[in-house]
Design a protein around this ligand. Structure first.
Ligand code: NI
Ligand code: MN
Length: 228
C-alpha cells in the first residue's frame, strides 16, 4: 500500500509506511499549497526537471532532511553545487534499486533550465517508481508522445500522474490519449489550476479516460489517496 498525497501542481508525497518520497516539491510560492499543509519530511526527493515549479524547495528540503535527491545527472550536479550532500544521478532509460523500491527514468518532451543564470539542466524526465508493491508513473512536464505505449507495455502501471493543464504540457484531450497509450489502472491529473493559464476542469479528464478502463481520481490540494 502507498499513500499518495497531492500537494499541488506536480508535487506529490508518497508514503509506503516506512519511507517518504517527495516528487517535484514546489511549495514556496505555490499559490495552491495550503499554509502549513505542505510536507516537510522526506527521505528521498525526486525532481523531473529544473524549472522552478518542479525543483522548487528540493535543495532546502534535502538539506533539512538529509534526504537524497534523485534526478538526472545535470540536475544532481547542480544540487551538489548548491550544498546538497546526498544525490543519486541517473539518466533516461536507466533504473536503480533504492531502499523503498526502484526508480527508472523515462523521456519527457519539455525543457529544463535552472537557477538565475538559466543553466542547462539536462533533459527533463518522467519517473517509473516501484514502492509498496505498486508501480507509479509520474510523467513530469511533457507533451504527448507515442512511446507512452512502450512505457505501458513494459510496466503494468497502477497509477499514472499526468499533466493536463495545457500551454506548457499536454492538455486534457492529449492526456486522455496518454491514458489510452499507457493503460494504467488509475490516473490522477496534475499541473492544472495552479495559475489561470493552466486552468481546466479535471472532470473532463476523468470522464474521458473511462472508455480505456482507467479510474480517474481528482485529488484536492493536500488530499491523500490510498493506493491498494
Ligand atoms: Ni517545466
Ligand atoms: Mn511545470
Amino acid at each position: 500500500m502507498v499513500k499518495v498525497t497531492f500537494i499541488g501542481h506536480s508535487c506529490f508525497a508518497l508514503d509506503n509506511g516506512s519511507e517518504k518520497i517527495l516528487i517535484d516539491p514546489f511549495i514556496t510560492g505555490n499559490p495552491v499549497v495550503k499554509a502549513g499543509g505542505a510536507p516537510v519530511k522526506a527521505d528521498f526527493i525526486l525532481v523531473t526537471h529544473g524549472h522552478g515549479d518542479h525543483l522548487g524547495d528540493a535543495i532546502s528540503l534535502a538539506k533539512e532532511n538529509k534526504a537524497t535527491i534523485i534526478a538526472n545527472y545535470e540536475l544532481c550536479t547542480y544540487c551538489q553545487s548548491q550544498g546538497v550532500e546526498k544525490v543519486h544521478p541517473m539518466h533516461i532509460g536507466g533504473g536503480n534499486k533504492f531502499s523503498f523500491g526502484s526508480v527508472k527514468l523515462t523521456i519527457a518532451h519539455h525543457g529544463s533550465t535552472l537557477g538565475d543564470k538559466l543553466q542547462y539542466g539536462g533533459n527533463p524526465v518522467g519517473f517509473i517508481i516501484r514502492t509498496g508493491g505498486k508501480i507509479i508513473y509520474h510523467a513530469g512536464d511533457t507533451g504527448l508522445f507515442l512511446d507512452m505505449k512502450l512505457i505501458g507495455e513494459l510496466d503494468k502501471i497502477d497509477l499514472a500522474l499526468l499533466p493536463i493543464g495545457g500551454n506548457f504540457t499536454m492538455d486534457i484531450p492529449d492526456a486522455v490519449k496518454a491514458v489510452e497509450f499507457l493503460r494504467p489502472k488509475r490516473a490522477i491529473p496534475m499541473h492544472y489550476n495552479t495559475f489561470d493559464l493552466i486552468a481546466c476542469d479535471p472532470k473532463d479528464f476523468t470522464g474521458g479516460i473511462k472508455p480505456f478502463g482507467a479510474e480517474g481520481i481528482v485529488l484536492g490540494f493536500g488530499e491523500t489517496y490510498e493506493l491498494n
